[in-house]
Design a protein around this ligand. Structure first.
Ligand code: CP
Ligand code: NVA
Length: 300
């Protein structure tokens, strides 16, 4: 395992597969009511510069389930909010805790944390990537379909999309991305995917993207930090809604994914989100199991 989990590309194919199989085992143990103190006397600092429901709760419960402890640290509750540097914060926290998870506005911040931390740093979402989300999603896709799939990303080429592109490159599954012009995935990520061996097909028509798809994935049209662009984005993305007409154009047994939180009626309709193809709440649950596996591999 690498020391830190900042980008999905920090993991090799075999490390990802190992995390998935460990996550399955931990999921099964929890179902059977088996809780073991794998992380007794370990603490996780969780720094949040942005809000969170799933990431916060799943990491906190993961630590508690395994006999460890998690600290929720809002950016402005820390001296970071008053200008203490990210580097000094990393050096200090390293003296107390076994790992640091951080959700940050700028990807540079989580890189800077890792550079200055003696303990593992986990990216809990940045503007560039969301690797923990994708590990949970891979667990979900593997449970429902196996990993030899075609995944269609519809909507914004954002942080979650970027990490999924890296997963597709590393694991070798097919991926199509349909975005409006100007909202394509990050160039650096596309280049990295190409170097790893598989870049996604980039399209501008969502119907072309979902053709023969096993998985349709969407996310909000305006991510955290993009609130000022919201009106402009709502207009640009109008034709990229995941609704029943779009879903009918994929394979009959397609699964529909969303990392949540969703803006119902914007990027996804109620009938699709609550319909028979949707696996969104299984995905949300799998955040817990996948992150337990990550924690065990990094600090177990
Ligand atoms: N999907 C996800 O990361 O959700 P939260 O923003 O609620 O953590
Ligand atoms: N792309 C979204 C994901 C939220 C989990 C955002 O960055 O706000």
């Amino acid at each position: 395992m690498p020391k830190h989990l900042i980008s999905l590309s920090d993991l090799s194919k075999s490390e990802i597969l190992d995390i998935l199989s460990l996550a399955e085992r931990l999921k099964d143990e929890r179902r059977r009511g088996v809780f073991r103190d794998y992380l007794k006397n370990r603490s996780l600092a969780m720094i949040f510069e942005l809000p969170s429901t799933r990431t916060r709760v799943s990491f906190e419960v993961a630590m508690a389930d395994m006999g460890g402890h998690a600290l929720h640290l809002g950016w402005n509750d820390l001296q970071l909010g008053r200008g203490e540097t990210v580097a000094d914060t990393a050096r200090v926290l390293s003296r107390y805790v076994s790992a640091i998870m951080a959700r940050v506005r700028s990807h540079e911040t989580v890189v800077e944390l890792a550079k200055n931390s003696d303990v593992p740093v986990i990216n809990g979402l940045s503007n560039l990537e969301h690797p923990c989300q994708i590990l949970a999603d891979l667990l979900t896709i593997n449970e429902k379909k196996g990993l030899d799939v075609k995944l269609a990303w519809v909507g914004d080429g954002n942080n979650v999309c970027n990490s999924m592109i890296l997963a597709s490159a590393i694991l070798g599954f097919k991926m199509s991305v349909a975005t409006p012009k100007g909202f394509e995935p990050d160039e650096r990520i596309l280049k990295m995917a190409e170097e790893i061996g598989r870049a996604p097909e980039i399209l501008s028509n969502p119907f072309d993207a979902v053709n023969e798809a096993d998985v349709i994935y969407t996310d909000v049209w305006a991510s955290m930090g993009q609130e000022a662009e919201r009106e402009e984005r709502l207009k640009a993305f109008r034709e990229f809604q995941v609704n029943s007409r779009l879903v009918e154009n994929a394979k009959d047994d397609v699964i529909v994914m969303h990392c949540l939180p969703a803006h119902r009626g914007e990027e996804i309709t109620d009938d699709v989100m609550d319909g028979k193809h949707s696996v969104v709440f299984d995905q949300a649950e799998n955040r817990l199991h996948a992150q337990k596996a990550v924690l065990l591999r990094l600090i177990g």
